[in-house]
Design a protein around this ligand. Structure first.
Ligand code: GLN
Length: 303
């Protein structure tokens, strides 16, 4: 079996190690005996994206986004939409996520049109949303699973009816710091603010993308399990670090108003988690319990 991975604008859109996502997709395929070929596509290159299996585009600043938004307006945008409707797997981070939506309005009020393949719109706010993020996602089906990452954006993204959120924010800001959602999913496209890079520390999301890509090309397939001990350790360390910065383990969770309801949150206490993946460490279990309870626990101190 073979997978063709397309890395869009690798020279322009690559923040906080986003490139590591492509390395993870490649390695996790190769470790299972699946050949993975990576090609780069840049400004001015029009290609038939349906020939690829996985598309990836990382984050970038407004200056780079402006160049890409112009590049998207021609054939490229239509070809990407066609590939997405054809079921291609696509991971888009931060600035890329914004440009897959209907528009991104910069802090200067300039509206950069996006492709509109995701039913989302983004407007820059005054405050940058920076810090570690933990979200609970039901993307893989079954019980919610945690995703960890790092966010740094001024854009506030709001979801329309034709997308579903990637997850619910447990720690951090997510799409806009208001509605408790992070990311957007449409068909096999995942848009998210999670840098990090996100896939090495969240291998199940990498496998979700690989599985969708294999299904589209070869029909139903099951992925051989890998030893994810190191990845798991990195994931748990990120949760513990994020929780420590949010002071979750020294004081009870700050009892802030649940947005708009006037109700107060109950502190979440550490117990060995009910979930096998999260019970090893009581600190991780704190975040896990809040995650399954659908609680947003806070943001990092001072932010
Ligand atoms: N320029 C965008 C913002 O700040 C995207 C930043 C990014 O990709 N990290 O919202």
């Amino acid at each position: 079996m073979r997978l063709a991975i397309c890395h869009l604008y690798p020279d322009l859109m690559n923040l906080y190690g986003d490139r590591g996502n492509v390395i993870t997709l490649t390695r996790r395929s190769e470790w299972r005996g699946i050949r993975a070929d990576v090609s780069a596509v840049g400004l001015g290159e029009d290609v038939d994206f349906t020939a690829y299996d996985i598309l990836f585009m990382g984050g970038g600043q407004d200056k780079e986004q402006k160049l890409i938004c112009e590049d998207f307006q021609g054939l490229k945008g239509r070809a990407l939409t066609q590939a997405v409707e054809d079921g291609i797997a696509f991971l888009a981070i931060c600035g890329a996520y914004q440009l897959l939506g209907r528009y991104y309005e910069t802090g200067c009020g300039e509206r950069l049109p996006g492709i509109g393949l995701l039913d989302v719109e983004t407007r820059a706010g005054k405050k940058r949303m920076i810090g570690n993020v933990v979200i609970a996602s039901e993307l893989g089906g079954g019980r919610p699973r945690t995703l960890v990452g790092f966010e740094n954006h001024s854009g506030r993204t709001y979801l329309g009816a034709r997308v579903r959120p990637l997850g619910r924010v447990c720690l951090g800001y997510g799409n806009n710091g208001e509605d408790g959602f992070e990311g957007a999913v449409y068909r096999n496209v995942v848009g998210t603010y999670l840098h990090g890079s996100v896939l090495p520390k969240n291998p199940w999301l990498a496998d979700w993308l690989i599985a969708r890509a294999l299904e589209r090309r070869y029909g139903p397939t099951s992925l051989a399990p890998l030893d994810d001990g190191l990845e798991r350790a990195a994931h748990d360390a990120a949760i513990i670090h994020a929780g420590r910065l949010a002071r979750l383990y020294r004081t009870p969770v700050r009892s802030r108003d649940i947005a708009g309801t006037g109700r107060r949150r109950q502190p979440v206490r550490a117990t060995a988690g009910d979930d096998p993946e999260h019970k090893a460490n009581a600190a991780v279990a704190v975040v896990w319990r809040a995650t399954v309870a659908g609680q947003t626990m806070g943001k990092e101190d001072g932010k």
